[in-house]
Write a protein that binds this ligand. Structure first.
Ligand code: GCU
Length: 610
């Protein structure tokens, strides 16, 4: 194995998985032997019990499981031992059957919203990969129990559409490379693709269109019998969809679902639909209400193998959002929650932002059993450490743990990741765990406090620009004046609160009941509004920016004191310096912006630029 390949949280697995390990059972056996040698352990026996499926049980000196379950059991055993802990007892089963990682990789090797280098599997307009790195990646995904990888961006170009056409043999080879790790492939498809093949329409009710997709699906499953299914972004941000033919999204999704159903495939349909050509003068249209408005009336109309993939919040992967109300409105539809490990709005893998606490919060508002499957946009790329910032690997690791046990304690996950990755002395491990546990709060405090999202630079979404999206078409307005800021989304305003079940509606409906961290998400407030802590809104805006920035500055000392191994130390130090620059920019730009508008001085006389 080339020495570039990093083992992240599996540093004790010192060698490449040989290509001859071509089934999960063989990988399991190989890894167990390698791991036990490295950790000086007596090797447990491996026993197949097909009834356990993806589950496993570690019983005394044996690991029992279905074929994939055995693999998961082996990693669970080795990781527990490497962390100095006891392996889990009793039968272990993944909470979600589909644990999907969505690559936004393009065939030219770029990655939409990618912050860790080029694609690991595309280059020069085609699938192309380094076998050792893909095996390493397979090993990493299997070690945290993820089982589906969607290889291409939801925004599908002509070249990517050919993955299911003349490039299908390459896709089949990539599927072969991931199969031993229990990872099945999926691709994003373009709804209007039949048009490129002379079908003349993409109307889902047209028999020719239906036939075209059936034949495509037949060809795909003939080449890749365990293919997982298709992912679709339709009528969203200029992508084609059923609306062009006067058809509903249930009609569009079901047509495709019927093409893949005979093969046991799933059709994952994204609910990220809103008017992306809004006139900022239009105050009645409210973007976070769009998914519910489109899909809630369709509940009960989707076929069983359709999975409606809903972003966690009603907007778009912002720092702070409530759970999307669509989750409560569709009891007769299979829903997946979509997260974004790629830190598009959350620091772009320069600023630190550990996500497990955010996922755990969702479980409080939305019981995990109300969700059918989980997906996350990956944060992976060709950087040596896969994730740009070495600490961003905690989010990939943590996503797998969350997909198996959505109520798992974030601190337990983060600590386990830290221990496996670095094996620091206890005090320094505590410091790293605290730093990661606090990291979301720090970022939020300087970039999106009180639920005020979208103050980012348009397009690239890094750094402050409070007016950047104000007069644009994206439905992302804060409408700041000299007196007030925010959108009234209550029953007296746009009505978003009415989309929530009663107990949540009550929580969000009045500024007094609404938690501070969502106050400006749901309410338009005057700067002299007095918060529960006695501070005015404007003072809170200033305080949060000064404090958030100071906390980011303090993180540099903590990181410097961790004694991390190289190259992680240098990488983390270089990035925390950039994070501090970013936090200062946020502090000064946002404070100046509101100071200029309101004319209100900081009560503590701190520096606000004019
Ligand atoms: C965001 C992101 C886009 C992406 C879109 C999506 O808007 O900025 O790059 O295509 O989400 O989830 O489809």
């Amino acid at each position: 194995m080339s020495k570039d390949i990093r083992r992240l949280w599996l540093p004790f697995l010192s060698a490449d998985v040989p290509a001859k390990c071509d089934t999960p059972a063989k990988v399991a056996e190989y890894e167990l032997k390698l791991g036990c040698e490295a950790l000086g352990l007596k090797m447990p026996a491996l026993r197949v019990d097909a009834a356990l499926g993806e589950g496993y049980e570690i019983e005394g000196d044996a690991i029992v499981g279905g074929e994939r379950g055995l693999l998961y059991g082996v990693y669970a055993f080795l990781m527990a031992r490497a962390a100095g802990e006891e392996p889990p007892t009793g039968a272990q089963r993944p909470f979600y059957g589909l644990r999907m990682l969505d690559g936004w990789d393009n065939a030219d090797g770029t990655i939409e919203r990618g912050y860790s280098g080029r694609s690991l599997w595309f280059e020069g307009g085609k699938l192309e990969w380094d076998g050792a790195r893909i095996r390493q990646l397979g090993r990493l995904l299997a070690s945290v129990g993820l089982n589906v990888l969607c290889v291409n961006n939801v925004n599908v170009g002509d070249t990517e559409a050919r993955l299911l056409e003349d490039a299908l043999p390459d896709l089949a080879k990539l599927a072969d490379a991931f199969r031993p790790f229990g990872v099945r492939l999926m691709t994003s498809i373009e709804f209007a693709r039949p048009l490129a093949h002379g079908v003349g329409t993409a109307d889902p009710l047209d028999a020719g269109v239906q036939r075209w997709w059936r034949e495509r699906a037949d060809a795909v499953w003939a080449a890749i019998p365990d293919f997982a299914g298709f992912l679709v972004k339709a009528d969203s941000e200029h992508r084609p969809g059923p609306f062009a033919y006067g058809r509903s999204h249930a009609e569009g999704a079901n047509m495709l679902a019927r093409a893949v159903a005979p093969h046991g495939g799933v059709l994952v349909w994204r609910a990220f639909v809103y008017n992306c050509k809004q006139d900022w003068r239009d105050t009645a249209t409210d973007r976070p209400m769009a998914a519910y408005q489109t899909y809630a009336p369709l509940d009960g109309q989707f076929d069983d193998n359709v999975i409606l993939q809903v972003k966690n919040g009603p907007f778009d992967f912002q720092v702070r959002e409530p759970v999307s109300p669509t989750f409560y409105a569709m009891p007769r539809t299979r829903l997946a929650v979509e997260w974004q490990l790629a830190q598009e709005y959350t620091g772009q893998q320069v600023d630190i932002y550990a996500m497990n606490p955010m996922w755990r919060e969702m479980a409080d508002d939305l019981p995990p059993e109300k969700v059918y499957a989980v997906a996350a946009v990956t944060n992976l790329g060709r950087d040596d450490n896969y994730t740009g910032h070495p600490f961003a690997a905690a989010n990939l690791y943590g996503f797998g743990r969350y997909a198996w046990a959505p109520k798992v304690s974030p601190e337990t996950v983060i600590r386990r990741w830290a221990r496996l990755t670095y094996h620091l002395p206890a005090e320094r491990e505590d410091a790293l765990v605290r730093l990661l546990m606090d990291s979301r709060g720090v970022y939020e405090q300087y970039a999106a406090q009180l639920g005020i999202d979208w103050m980012v630079n348009p397009h690239d979404h890094y750094g402050p620009n409070p007016g950047g999206y104000e007069f644009d078409v994206w439905g992302t307005y804060l409408r700041p004046t000299r007196d007030a800021v925010g959108i009234d989304r209550t029953s007296k305003g746009t009505g978003l609160t009415l989309q929530f079940p009663p107990e949540m509606r009550e929580r969000y409906e009045t500024p007094e009941a609404c938690p501070d961290n969502l106050k400006l998400f749901f309410h338009r407030l005057r700067y002299d509004y007095v918060m529960a802590d006695g501070h005015t809104l404007i003072q809170r805006l200033y305080d949060d920016h000064f404090e958030g920035c100071a906390r980011a500055e303090a993180m540099a000392d903590t990181i410097a004191g961790l004694g991390l191994p190289e190259p992680d130390r240098s990488e983390a130090m270089e990035r925390i310096e950039r994070q501090i620059q970013n936090a200062r920019e946020w502090r000064d730009v946002v404070n100046t912006f509101f100071h200029r508008l309101s004319g209100v001085d900081d009560a503590h006389g701190r520096k606000i630029y004019d």
